[in-house]
Design a protein around this ligand. Structure first.
Ligand SMILES: [Mg+2]
Ligand SMILES: [Zn+2]
Length: 205
């Protein structure tokens, strides 16, 4: 069986978009708004080198909410994959949930099994790629990433940039904690490398 590092997309791979006119932070809605965060290509290249699959697991309710079309999302995905590939960083697969229970686009207005915090996308990826979930990791910056990872039985790394983790208070209320807290994706991958080296050391000893 294979192992994977599952990656949330918005806030982990690419920057969120700040809409000053509404005072809102949102996911990018078109390729122009889609910007890779610093050191992401290095992080994903390291995942490749460690022998893990790199698989994106992302809620994109903007589709159900009519904020952008599946074609625009596809264009953003292409931009992400191409820019990373130019840096020898390879994403093996991308799983999106298009749904939202209160969406305005009837086709995608649904209570689905894929929307995080549910683990549906992780289970689907595990089946399609023959992945051992207990030997895999999920790196995300949201409560629902930790919840989905926990529900699927993967190790969870929460990306949280400041030392005081306010999200963790909410996670405590939800009775789930990340296995690790890291400052960004690259720190998360460095930690995974250390954890893997420790595991190998234990086997040799
Ligand atoms: Mg996120
Ligand atoms: Zn869904």
């Amino acid at each position: 069986m294979r192992r994977a590092v599952f990656l949330d997309r918005d806030g982990v791979i690419n920057a969120m978009v700040y809409h000053t006119e509404f005072g809102l932070v949102d996911s990018p809605a078109n390729p122009e708004e889609f910007r890779l965060l610093p050191n992401v290509s290095e992080a994903i290249r390291s995942i490749n080198q460690l022998g893990f699959l790199a698989i994106v697991i992302s809620n994109q309710p903007g589709i159900a909410k009519g904020k952008f079309s599946p074609a625009l999302l596809e264009a953003m995905t292409e931009k992400m994959l191409i820019e990373l590939r130019q840096e020898q960083a390879n994403i093996d697969a991308v799983y999106y949930c298009f749904h939202h229970p209160e969406g305005v686009v009837a086709e995608y207005r649904a209570i689905c099994e894929c929307r995080k915090p549910k683990p549906g996308m992780l289970f689907k990826a595990a089946q399609e790629w023959d992945i051992s979930l207990p030997e895999s990791y999920f790196i995300g910056d949201g409560i629902t990433d930790v919840q989905a990872g926990y529900a699927a039985g993967v190790s969870t790394l929460l990306v949280y940039p400041s030392s005081r983790c306010y999200l963790c208070d909410e996670l405590t209320r939800q009775k789930v904690q990340p296995d690790h807290i890291v400052k960004n994706l690259l720190d998360g991958v460095h930690l995974i490398r250390q954890l893997e080296q420790q595991k190998q050391g234990q086997v040799i000893l």
